[in-house]
Design a protein around this ligand. Structure first.
Ligand SMILES: NC(=O)c1ccc[n+]([C@@H]2O[C@H](COP(=O)([O-])OP(=O)(O)OC[C@H]3O[C@@H](n4cnc5c(N)ncnc54)[C@H](OP(=O)(O)O)[C@@H]3O)[C@@H](O)[C@H]2O)c1
Length: 299
């Protein structure tokens, strides 16, 4: 792949876990003229040494910094920020979209949320919905990469369940089409490298919907210790998380994901990862088997 002159491919949030991996994949595929923007360019010196142009960009800063950061880019991956206070994430991303369009970016791939519709119970859904609406309205081409829940998050929740023998959740019999962060990165890199110029929303999922009961069974099988799924209602789940030291705002956000799972917002599985990247996504079972050592670590 060769992207000469001003046809730069730009990745925002490049010192985050997803952003860094997308940049690495682009470099590994032979892309030149890759620009990585981040609040922390000093964390990406190794990528700078591999020919990536490092620029500072903070979506909380004014338009001048973002204009300089995005100059010359034709295709851009806008990585959603991690702001949790309602509206802040959209405000940051809207600023970035405005600056990108003024800088001449022609296609924006955006890491959205699965089914970010108005009746989604997920507390961050409105910020993603507004961002997608802005992309639709503003006149550039875009790819909404609606990433399902990272399978990687199970390496945080399942070790605790293995330790206690109980997997608590407020999702009833619902399931999610968990997708690995690596597969999200592969899909994003492919979307950036493609020539697609229109507008599209893609549900980025793993190969199947997996319920909490199935996760408990997998955790039992892989650890050799019995783990049972304990369905709770949302308020009981939140109270338990807060008792365990989680800030209430985080507990409420996490419980809202379970509500989304319960109501079917995190399925069905799609072929989008394979269609974009040419390789099928990894299953939850294969991912957990490959990370058995991390699963065994009691938090
Ligand atoms: N699908 C899921 O299950 C799931 C799970 C967690 C998060 N997410 C979302 O997906 C995104 C990427 O995931 P990740 O695993 O890479 O998360 P991460 O490692 O926590 O990275 C956080 C990201 O937010 C960016 N960011 C934060 N504040 C910013 C600001 N003021 N201006 C510009 N960028 C800002 C960071 O960029 P720099 O530090 O480089 O500036 C970084 O890319 C997250 O930010 C979040 O929106 C999805």
């Amino acid at each position: 792949m060769n992207n000469d002159g001003e046809n730069k491919i730009l990745v925002t949030g490049a010192s985050g876990q997803l952003g860094r991996r997308v940049v690495e994949l682009l470099v590994e595929s032979g892309a030149s003229n890759v620009v990585a923007t981040t609040r922390h360019p000093e964390r990406l010196r190794d990528l700078g040494d591999r020919g990536v142009e490092l620029r500072k960009a903070d979506f909380d800063q004014g338009p001048a910094q973002l204009a300089a950061a995005f100059a010359g880019a034709k295709r851009m991956l806008l990585i959603s920020t991690d702001a949790m206070d309602p509206g802040h994430r959209y405000e940051q991303q809207s600023r970035a979209i405005g600056a990108a369009v003024r800088a001449g970016v022609e296609h924006i791939a955006y890491t959205s949320l699965t089914h970010p519709v108005s009746d989604s119970p997920v507390l961050i859904a409105p910020d993603h919905a507004q961002t997608e609406q802005e992309l639709e309205a503003i006149g550039v081409g875009y790819t909404a990469l609606r990433n399902n829940l990272y399978a990687d998050l199970l390496l945080i929740s399942l070790p605790a369940a293995i330790g206690s023998g109980r997997l608590f959740a407020a999702a009833a019999d619902g399931g999610a089409a968990y997708v690995t962060r690596e597969d999200c990165a592969r899909a994003a890199a492919a979307a950036l490298a493609s020539n697609f110029e229109g507008k599209r929303q893609l549900e980025i999922t793993g190969p199947a919907v997996v319920t909490y009961a199935e996760l408990a069974a997998l955790a039992s099988e892989l650890s050799g210790k019995e783990v049972v799924y304990v369905p709770l209602d949302e308020e009981a789940l939140i109270a338990g998380m807060v008792d365990n030291g989680l800030p209430e705002v985080v507990a409420r956000l996490m419980a809202s994901f379970d509500a989304g799972i319960r109501k079917g917002f995190f399925g069905p599985a799609t072929d989008a990862v394979k269609d974009l990247s040419g390789t099928a996504p990894q299953s939850v079972r294969a991912f957990l088997e490959a990370n058995k050592a991390a699963l065994a670590q009691t938090p």
